[in-house]
Design a protein around this ligand. Structure first.
Ligand code: FA5
Length: 356
């Protein structure tokens, strides 16, 4: 080992401390296992190690020399301690690799997997059913003009049917003055927007969010999704509407669920219907799909596009006919998965969301 004090007992100098440090680092490189590393530590950093002894002997030195050698020796101490820690890690890693073993008992790192929201899942499922029947998907604005949400749907200002949709109005003004705007109450305004933008034939579905100023209960939210459907061409009849909706219900609910059409009124269709899905008790379990005392749950409004709506977008109502529908995917999800309250969808309770 290198001696810090020269054999002739000369006083240490900064240079002799540097030389000792270099020699120590060289020896550490040559150390090949943990016991040898421990011997190295004892000989330099141990209680009677060279560097420790040097630091202890500083008090006997001339003040100038003491300062210079002291500073260098403290630096050397940190250098050697860091080098030892690094070498110890390298030796441990090398020993593990040499043993050919892997510590399989180490716990794995948990992977947090996200999942699709149940509404997204059911919306996608419904869209797939219609895409398989040749419909394409379009989307539109959630903040809508009165013009599209009502006027183009044969619901002029002051029409009593406006009360069917409790609206959330927006105070908006641009260079042209006041433009009555609202959070769309349904996806039906996209009927007019799509027909204005293209010539027949049209076959689209429009998924999107809607908003209504209304009290919530087990089947009503103030914000919810709708999926609009529109098909316009020459020769489309009510039978096409029924056939399309039967096929949709078969694809989403299977063959066993019953479907009910009833007359209903919407100013933009004639005739108009609503469609419900059976919520009957299972004779063996006594359970209903949705735990509510109702045999039928309404899932959509539909009908033949009103000639005034066709004429409003420039289509010839003598030549073209079409059908339209607007359904609530949350209610469809409730019937399909047995969810008894629509408010579970948006209360963000992970115990509910994790089930999907
Ligand atoms: C309409 O909104 C019409 N635009 C539907 C339509 C389209 C008729 C095209 C004719 C032709 P309605 O308000 O009934 O109709 O809503 C349609 C469906 O949206 C309902 O059957 C229901 O499934 C869903 N829905 C309506 N209001 C709510 C609500 N507050 N919470 C959850 N779902 C709702």
């Amino acid at each position: 080992m290198f001696a810090v004090s020269a054999p002739d007992n000369q006083s240490p100098t900064p240079e002799s401390v540097d030389a000792m440090t270099q020699a120590a680092l060289g020896e550490l490189d040559a150390v090949s296992d943990a016991p040898a590393a421990e011997d190295w530590r004892v000989s330099y950093l141990g209680r009677r190690g060279q560097l420790t002894m040097l630091l202890r002997g500083l008090s006997g030195l001339d003040p100038d020399l003491r300062r210079a050698v002291g500073a260098r020796a403290n630096q050397a101490k940190s250098t050697l301690e860091e080098a030892l820690a690094r070498r110890t890690r390298e030796l441990a890693q090398a020993a593990l690799e040499a043993s050919g073993r892997l510590d399989v008992t180490l716990p794995g790192r948990p992977v947090i997997a996200g999942r699709l929201h149940p509404t997204t899942q059911i919306v996608r499922e419904i869209c797939s059913a219609f895409m398989a029947m040749g419909f394409s998907v379009v989307e539109g604005p959630e903040v809508e003009l009165d013009h599209y949400n009502f006027e183009m749907l044969n619901i002029p200002a002051g029409h009593p049917a406006r009360d069917m949709w409790n609206s959330l109005w927006i105070d908006y003004r641009n260079e042209q003055g006041q433009q009555p705007m609202l959070l769309r109450t349904h996806t039906s305004p996209m009927q007019a927007r799509v027909m204005e933008a293209q010539e027949p034939p049209v076959r689209v579905i429009v998924p999107g969010k809607c908003y209504r100023y209304e009290a919530t209960d087990a089947t009503h939210e103030w914000h919810f999704y709708q999926i609009e459907g529109l098909a316009v061409a020459e020769g489309i009849t009510f039978a096409d509407l029924k056939g399309t909706l039967y096929e949709f219900a078969r694809r989403v609910f299977g063959d066993d669920r019953q479907i009910r059409f009833r007359c209903d009124y919407f100013p933009f269709v004639e005739p108009g219907v609503d469609m419900s899905i059976s919520n009957f008790r299972d004779p063996t379990t006594g359970q209903r799909p949705i735990n509510r005392d109702e045999d039928w749950i309404e899932i959509m409004g539909a009908g033949m596009v009103h000639p005034k709506v066709l004429a409003g977008v420039g289509y010839d109502p003598q030549r073209y006919t079409g059908f339209a529908f607007g359904m609530g995917p949350e209610r469809i999800g409730m019937l399909k998965y047995g969810i008894d309250d629509i408010r579970h969808f948006y209360s963000n309770d992970v115990r509910f969301l994790r089930q999907f």
